[in-house]
Ligand binder design. Structure first.
Ligand code: TRP
Length: 521
């Protein structure tokens, strides 16, 4: 059955390397460059990194293999693939519901991911124009100056704040980023996604390599290593005892490897039958995890050498890091390199996120190549417009109320649900997708691959190199993944909000007691 369903009109990657570049491109993104270093730093350094490794190997990699397997065997779009496979196994096609969840999650993520990417684009422009004006004023020798040479410290760290106060600028950057994403996706799998990955990913790795070597040689590599790898048992035990370390590690692994969102199912659709599936999945997981660690080694040595505090994800990239680059020779050039590299990583991820929904629109097997092309163009543009409109809402939600009151910056759409209380549109989307939809999608993916799909179809499609590896994979996907991902889900949806409420009540009570005790005047 599996040979016939892929349909002769389905587009495919041109080869193994193309698939790997595109999949690594989707996985490597802001999650690796911004989220990982800050989560790792705050959740116990090396101890967290160790838990993260275990999560990648025991939970994320088996789910990644499951997603690629489902996509390649099913063909069509993620939704039709699952419906078809479920029916072939004598089960309800309602199972495809979990791809809907994934598709909605991917689309929600791309709306705010693009907003952040727009900020990165703005910083590419800022650092480039700063270097240019520096060179035109002081000659080519100025190339060895630190970043943002003409500014004082306050101006440098204030750049993100200034950007947030300028909605028009953010919207323009968002629009540019959205248009590029839509353009690439509209050109299809081979002509668009694959070509973009083949250009941007090698450039990304080259920039990362240069930056890391420079940073280790010129920065404080010792402090960076101990910050990232030396286990801080105090912090570790604190996060372990309230269970959040597991939540953070699994959540980060899922986000970083783009799992639970039907995305890897979608990229699996275009995978050739002759391609080594487990081997490719392993390369993607190793590459993604390495980039997360190497990014830390590129960023932190410079930050520590400048005597700065490596706090918070976004402040780290947009204000601490520029300040550190201000103080070192060639910082201006390095600033361009890091923001450009971040932009490439974000773009290949945004392309993947949008592709999930677009693939659904053009994945019908009965279309001719021409019809398919037209539908892809139309749907890329329509979804692109929707993505932009929601993105504008996100942008407005970030503008400080002291600058303007624009409805979105005071609107908390799901205020009535404890876990979304007090959250703006962007934060609601972030939390709903990351804490609820991705774990839910991942949970159902594992159940589907492990319990609904028969062992014989899995064995035949995945083709592990030994029966033993197959058995291990199947055990992980049937028991370990659903158990841990399910726990994460319960934690995020029930335990964390309850605890927050109790803490709030506790501090209310404390306040009341203090007020009663305080002498009245
Ligand atoms: N993995 C990407 C990152 O680390 C983001 C991303 C791309 C993603 N596609 C996804 C996250 C699908 C979740 C689901 O930045």
């Amino acid at each position: 059955m599996s040979e016939s369903v892929s349909g002769s009109e389905q587009e495919h990657w041109s080869g193994k390397a193309a698939f790997i570049l595109a999949a690594v491109g989707s996985a490597v993104g802001l999650g690796n460059l911004v989220r990982f270093p800050s989560v790792a730093g705050s959740a116990g350094g090396g101890a967290f990194v160790l838990v993260y490794f275990l999560c990648v190997v025991l939970i994320a990699l088996p789910v990644l293999i499951a997603e690629l397997f489902i996509g390649r065997r099913g063909g069509g779009s993620a939704v039709s693939a699952v419906a078809r496979l479920a029916k072939a196994e004598g089960n309800s096609s309602m199972w495809s519901l979990f791809c809907w969840i994934g598709m909605i999650a991917s689309f929600m993520i791309v709306t705010f991911y693009s907003v952040l990417a727009g900020w990165v684009l703005d910083f590419v422009v800022l650092s480039f124009s700063d270097l240019m004006s520096n060179i035109s004023a002081n000659g080519i020798g100025a190339i060895s100056n630190g970043a943002f040479a003409g500014m004082d410290d306050e101006e440098i760290t204030g750049q993100l704040g200034a950007l947030l106060e300028s909605p028009v600028k953010m919207i323009v950057m968002l629009a540019i980023f959205n248009v590029i994403t839509v353009f690439i996706v509209s050109r299809g799998v081979k002509g668009g996604i694959e070509t973009a990955a083949k250009v941007m990913m090698p450039a990304f790795f080259a920039l990362l390599l240069v930056l890391t070597v420079f940073s280790i040689i010129n920065g404080d590599a010792g402090s960076a290593l101990s910050f990232l790898f030396k286990p801080d048992m105090g912090k570790f035990m604190a996060t372990l005892s309230d269970g959040s370390i597991l939540l953070q590690a699994v959540g980060q692994a899922f986000f970083s490897l783009s799992l639970g969102s039907a995305m890897m199912i979608t990229y699996g659709l275009y995978m050739g039958r002759d391609q080594d599936l487990p081997g490719s999945a392993r390369i993607v997981a190793v590459a993604d995890t390495s980039v997360a660690l190497i990014a830390g080694l590129a960023i932190f040595p410079i930050v520590f050498a400048a005597g700065l505090n490596p706090d918070g994800g976004l402040t780290l990239l947009f204000s601490t890091f520029p300040l550190a680059l201000h103080q070192i020779p060639f910082g201006g050039v390095l600033a361009i390199a890091i923001f450009l590299m971040t932009l490439f990583a974000a773009l290949t991820s945004a392309i993947a996120l949008l592709e999930v929904a677009v693939a659904f629109a053009d994945g019908d097997l009965n279309l001719t190549r021409e019809q398919r092309k037209r539908r892809r163009l139309v749907w890329s543009v329509l979804l692109g417009i929707l993505m932009f409109v929601i993105g504008v809402g996100h942008v407005l939600s970030q503008v400080p109320t002291s600058v303007q009151d624009n409805f979105f910056n005071t609107w908390t759409p799901l205020d009535f649900i404890p876990m979304f209380e007090g959250k703006t549109l962007l934060d609601t989307f972030d939390k709903l997708s990351g804490d609820v939809l991705l774990p839910l999608g991942g949970f159902l993916t594992a159940i589907f691959a492990g319990w609904v799909m028969s062992s014989s179809s899995a064995r035949e499609e995945i083709r592990f190199n030994s029966e033993r590896t197959f058995r291990i994979w199947r055990f992980l996907v049937r028991w370990v993944c659903p158990l841990f991902v399910g726990l994460v889900l319960i934690y995020a949806v029930i335990v964390a909000p309850l605890r927050a409420q109790m803490e709030a009540r506790g501090s209310d009570a404390k306040q009341t007691i203090e007020e009663m005790a305080a002498p009245k005047d």
